[in-house]
Design a protein around this ligand. Structure first.
Ligand code: ARG
Ligand code: ZN
Length: 894
């Protein structure tokens, strides 16, 4: 592989001497070229010795030819980053330098039907800055093998359709690494000599190499148990570095809830005797579902009121659930190849969503899911990196762990659920898991199980996996007063996307309800129904244009469309402002109610941003806000959602040529007006002081309302800055402190700046809090924000080596602060470009992710477009660019 040479310049073996990328273009991998593996692995024994300066890995693979593959296909062993000391086939020494293809893969011809390959490799975990494979994080050794990290540990057929039982011996110094972990059960442990000890782990469940994990270090452990539905006792072990001991209580309780929920909802039990979770400070992603040994980014596992916000507590429960649910949807049944990634990720995100809805408020969860889809996935779907839920090609698979594969993938699963109903959907999932247990499956396998369980034809539905882009649905209606019939006319279209100029019509479930003049659900009869009723109906769109008739409809209704966001589409219907106000007041579907309020706000904000404010727009919004604030018995969490204006990224989505400054100014003006006009309400909300901190739904909602109030008050007038200062001083939790800090970070006043500094001084030894301090300033709105972000890159606590830190400053700035990232002088783009180039040689995966905002250059005016392109071109000029960054930059310009 071309990337490997970048990490290992001082060694001279074949594994780091491949040509830099400028000499050979990186290869495109295509789904249509899939070939089954020539050889399967019956078992693998690993011995990983971490006691020396470098890691030494001895591997023994027992292989046999795959009956499903070509008879003369060679054995391929992927390998990169490592120095291979020896390689033998059935005991005979091989000379690997003669056996390597252009990608670095070892290719062995004329291999016996059954054979044994043994290898000895070495590498330096501390030099593994890509955080893929086996690396050092703080005082510990840990691994991240998905997607293709295992080949950086030992030569192996590193592909998800090769499943094997693993036995792993970990050897390390007892003093520095008292804890030695790998997948499965510990079957032996003991001393090797005075300094070193070992542990042997055996995982009886055959698994692909991407689910391998190993951890060694000096770790504190919190233990608990879980008794499964069938009465087996499972030991739960949470490992953290000693300074984080005592912060795993919340995650542990969340795990127990997730385990119970999967049993009661899907009938799925955990299968090993131990479930381990390790918290790691340096991690490229959120967490990883390695069999029996999850590795988590500290951000998604550690919780204490001083170091985690309410949102963090919620995310921890979601990610703990997500990784746990993978044990069935991902591990027991895995993916045949990486094109099928959404088979495990879309399904697991959907299960995570169902879990969150069951544990909390369904409507609030749904609103959060849709916000994320609209701000992260819709722009991706409309940009140059647009790809279907099942991509058909990639250069670097790590670039395809995307909002499309994850979040849109989860929406696709939700649509099966909508079309089949809960019972049939559950049966379908169970059928899929039973049929493919222990196998590597495809999206077709899942779809077939769903078709059978639902008795449905889902062939047109399958287009959701292959066509990229967000469908647009135009709805018109017609009421015939003479015959009491009401007709909804639905037209669907799907814009062209890279490589897909023409699209076929999709199968789209559209949930609708009708409202009468009195605001009550209106009964009517569809031609295939026996009586009129007023419940939500799911209309199935399949044609470019379809007419849906409702009979016995006594009056012209107001339609409530796309209830619960039944499909990941953009829906347009010519609602009047009055219609939206009416739906906001009366719709029985809480999601649709929220949506009506957002659409109303969207109109006001967009008109304001385009310099044509609607005369009565603000008053309407104010009225809607007032109604929400005064609603007697509404869930306070839903009130908070209603009082949150659409974000700048979602507003940008609505504009042909995005003007980030105009959007920001418009939103600030409207916030200021609402802040002043409703000052009395905000003051009451903000003064409602609750007792000591608890993580409990009503308390969380109350804090959110209180902090919304603080924000509106300060948008309205500087007079309220003292409230933020006081709140920062007096709060007993990070949620309230950070809300105050966000207000203060915008202020030029000296006492505000002092408070921001003092916050750092107080929390400088808490990495996750320091991340938030960087993030808050990256998101600040000040005339000199870009300069300050630049200065912060030189702060002693800033480092590109830690992904959380890099994302906290640069990711937040480029993705979360559009008005300043898009500064007309191009300084924001230069700042990002420079750091992407700096990061690329060390951590290409992260570099490619940070680069993503520049890919959207086509959405801006000529001068911004030019300045954004300039950075992409500057990046592409670099020799020996990683394929990660190369793919994003070249596709962005292409
Ligand atoms: N499977 C993990 C999850 O979604 C994500 C790991 C992705 N890692 C990577 N380097 N691409 O739970
Ligand atoms: Zn996942």
């Amino acid at each position: 592989d071309q990337v490997s040479c970048l990490f290992h310049t001082d060694h001279h073996t074949i594994f780091n001497s491949s040509a830099p990328m400028s000499a050979s273009r990186p290869q495109t991998i295509r789904l249509r070229d899939y070939q089954p593996p020539a050889f399967l692995v019956e078992r693998i024994h690993l011995r990983v010795d971490l006691s020396g300066g470098t890691a030494q890995v001895d591997a023994t693979l027992d292989l046999h030819r795959n009956p499903a593959a070509d008879n003369d296909a060679p054995l391929r062993l992927d390998a990169e980053f490592l120095d291979l000391e020896s390689l033998t086939l059935d005991g005979a020494e091989l000379e690997p330098s003669t056996l390597r293809d252009e990608q670095g893969t070892i290719v062995l011809h004329d291999v016996p039907q059954r054979c044994r390959v043994e290898s000895v490799s070495r590498f330096d975990p501390a030099a593994n800055t890509a955080l893929s494979g086996l690396y050092r994080s703080g005082g510990m050794f840990c691994t991240q093998c998905e997607a293709e990290g295992f080949r950086r540990i030992t030569p192996y057929p590193d592909r998800p359709d090769v499943l094997a039982p693993f036995t792993t011996t970990v050897v390390a110094d007892r003093a520095t690494c008292p804890v030695l972990l790998s997948n499965g059960d510990c079957i032996d442990r003991g001393a090797l000599d005075a300094e070193r000890h070992y542990a042997v782990w055996h995982d009886p469940f055959p698994k692909p190499s991407y689910l391998f994990a190993l951890v060694a270090g000096d770790l504190a452990c919190q233990e608990a148990t879980f008794v499964t539905a069938s009465g087996r006792e499972v030991a739960l072990h949470f490992y953290v570095e000693p300074e984080n001991a005592g912060r795993t209580e919340h995650a542990l309780a969340a795990l127990q809830r997730a385990m119970r929920w999967d049993e009661t909802h899907y009938g799925l039990e955990y299968d090993l005797d131990t479930y381990m979770v390790v918290a790691v400070g340096d991690f490229n992603m959120g967490a990883m579902e390695n069999k029996g040994l999850n590795v988590f980014n500290t951000q998604f596992v550690l919780a204490s009121p001083d170091t985690a916000t309410d949102a963090d507590y919620e995310n921890i429960e979601a990610v703990i659930g997500h990784e746990y649910f993978h044990n069935w949807t991902g591990n027991r049944v895995t993916c045949r190849d990486w094109f099928q990634l959404s088979l495990k990720e879309g399904l697991t995100v959907f299960r995570e969503h169902q879990f969150a809805e069951a544990m909390g408020s369904e409507a609030v969860q749904r609103i959060g899911q849709v916000r994320l889809l609209r701000t992260a996935q819709f722009p991706e779907d409309a940009g140059p990196m647009s790809h279907p839920v099942r991509p058909d090609s990639y250069v670097e698979i790590n670039n395809f762990y995307t909002a499309t594969v994850y979040a849109k993938g989860a929406e696709v699963i939700r649509m099966y659920h909508t079309l089949l109903g809960d019972d049939a959907f559950r049966r379908g999932v169970q059928r899929y898991l039973q049929r493919h247990d222990g196998e590597a499956a495809t999206i077709e396998d899942f779809l077939a199980a769903m078709e059978e369980a639902g008795g449905l034809d889902l062939q047109q539905f399958a287009l959701w996996y292959t066509q990229a882009g967000t469908p647009r649905i135009e709805v018109e209606d017609h009421y015939d007063a003479e015959h009491n019939t009401y007709t909804l006319i639905c037209r669907q279209s799907l814009p062209a996307s890279p490589g897909q100029p023409h699209k076929d019509p999709m199968h789209i479930p559209l949930a609708v309800g009708l409202l009468g003049r009195d605001g009550r659900p209106l009964a009517a009869r569809r031609p295939d129904e026996s009586t009129a009723h007023a419940h939500t109906r799911v209309l199935e769109l399949r044609e470019p244009e379809q007419h849906f008739v409702f009979e016995q409809c006594p009056e012209r209704p107001v339609p409530s469309l796309l209830r619960g966001f039944s499909a990941p589409v953009k829906l347009h219907y010519p609602y009047t402002d009055d219609d939206l106000g009416f739906l906001l007041a009366h719709d029985s579907d809480p999601f649709a109610r929220w949506e009506a309020g957002q659409q109303l706000a969207l109109r006001v904000l967009l008109d304001e941003a385009q310099g044509t404010p609607r005369p009565d727009g603000i008053e309407r919004l104010e009225e809607a806000f007032r109604a929400s604030l005064e609603a007697p018995d509404t869930d306070p969490a839903l009130v908070a959602e209603a009082l949150t204006l659409p974000g700048e990224t979602y507003l940008a989505e609505q504009m042909d040529v995005v003007d980030p400054q105009a959007i920001h100014d418009a939103r600030q003006r409207v916030r200021a007006i609402l802040g002043e006009a409703l000052e009395g309400h905000w003051l009451i909300l903000h003064s409602q002081h609750s007792g000591p901190w608890h993580y409990e739904p009503d308390e969380v909602a109350r804090r959110r309302l209180r902090n919304l109030a603080l924000g509106y008050l300060n948008a309205g007038s500087e007079r309220h800055l003292s409230r933020a200062l006081e709140q920062l001083e007096r709060s007993d939790n990070l949620t309230d402190r950070l809300a105050a800090l966000a207000v203060l970070a915008d202020s030029p006043r000296a006492e505000a700046e002092q408070a921001v500094d003092a916050f750092y001084q107080r929390w400088s030894d808490e990495p996750l809090v320091v991340d938030k301090w960087f993030r808050t300033q990256a998101l600040a709105d000040r005339p000199d924000t870009v300069y300050r972000v630049h200065q912060l890159t030189e702060h002693p606590d800033f480092t590109l080596d830690n992904p959380n830190r890099a994302r906290a400053l640069l990711g937040a700035f480029a993705q979360g602060n559009p008005a300043h990232f898009h500064s007309p002088d191009g300084s924001g783009y230069r700042l990002l470009g420079e750091h992407v180039l700096r990061l690329d040689p060390n951590n290409p995966q992260l570099a490619a992710r940070l680069l993503a905002p520049l890919a959207q250059w086509r959405r801006y005016n000529a001068s911004r477009r030019h300045a954004m392109r300039e950075q992409l071109e500057r990046i592409l000029e670099r020799d020996a660019l990683s394929k990660d960054v190369y793919e994003v930059a070249s596709k962005s310009l292409g």
